[in-house]
Ligand binder design. Structure first.
Ligand code: ATP
Length: 234
């Protein structure tokens, strides 16, 4: 579904991604884990068209995405729920969710997807008329994921969904990501919380200083002594 090959991305003189290759198959959750500055977010933002790589290829459902601007990448079927959430604080939950469907005009289907998102996140249903900026961090995170789903992506990209959340909410978000996958949306998730990501992931890549250090089935990485020592707190 997604094939990234030998990706190189720099910010001026700083090389952030140095030859990353990865694959996402339909119906999977693929996790990108690794420590601060490993290049996880940069990889994700390059796939979603926010950054242009120096070299390498990004092919999604047979189409080359390098040089394709972000809004067109959304049209191609990839949406990203960004790190730091970026919901519209002055708009209501409902308006934020509607905005997630801005490229669509299939009204009945949009309504059906809205129902589905509110079923996935009952907390959002209770707060449908609340201004998004007044919600808690965890609720805003749910809204960001819900809004990304309203674009009905083939591939959902999630950047640090656990960031700033209490453990019980981390579990809730990750359970919901699994449900999203089970309902047919392919997911790629970037996480510093390697344990949470490897638990729900099907396949995973461990990044270190802009390169893939290890890759494999997530359940195998959970039992890999090197991964345990370096990323799972021993
Ligand atoms: P984290 O988990 O801390 O978010 P990450 O693995 O997502 O880390 P990136 O955000 O992709 O890492 O950053 C990779 C490298 O690129 C880092 O060294 C970072 O300082 C650098 N970098 C990221 N964004 C910029 C930018 N806008 N300008 C300059 N350097 C940047």
């Amino acid at each position: 579904m997604l094939v990234v090959e030998d990706l190189h991305v720099s910010y001026g003189a700083i090389a952030a991604v140095k030859g990353i290759s990865l694959k996402v198959k339909p119906g999977e959750i693929v996790a990108l884990v690794g420590s601060n500055g490993a290049g996880k977010s940069t990889t994700l933002r390059t796939i979603s068209g926010l950054i242009r790589p120096k070299s390498g290829s990004v092919v999604f459902e047979g189409k080359n995405l390098v040089g394709v601007p972000g809004h067109k990448v959304v049209g191609a079927g990839i949406t990203q729920s960004p790190e730091g959430r970026r919901i519209f604080p002055k708009m209501t939950v409902h308006e934020n969710l509607e905005l997630g469907a801005f490229l669509r005009n299939d009204k009945a289907e949009i309504e059906a997807d809205l129902d589905r998102v509110l079923e996935l996140f009952p907390r959002l249903k209770e707060r449908i008329s609340q201004k998004a900026g007044t919600m808690s961090g965890g609720e805003q995170q749910m809204l960001a994921v819900g809004r990304a789903l309203m674009g009905r992506p083939h591939l959902l990209l999630l950047d640090e969904p656990s960031m700033g959340l209490a453990p019980v909410l981390v579990d809730l978000i990750f359970d919901t990501i699994r449900t999203i996958r089970d309902q047919g949306t392919t997911v790629m998730v970037v996480e510093q919380n390697a344990l949470a990501a490897l638990r729900i992931g099907d396949y995973a890549y461990v990044l270190e200083t802009g390169q893939v250090k290890t890759e494999g089935l997530a359940r195998d990485l959970l039992n890999d002594p090197e991964v345990i020592n370096a990323y799972l707190g021993g």
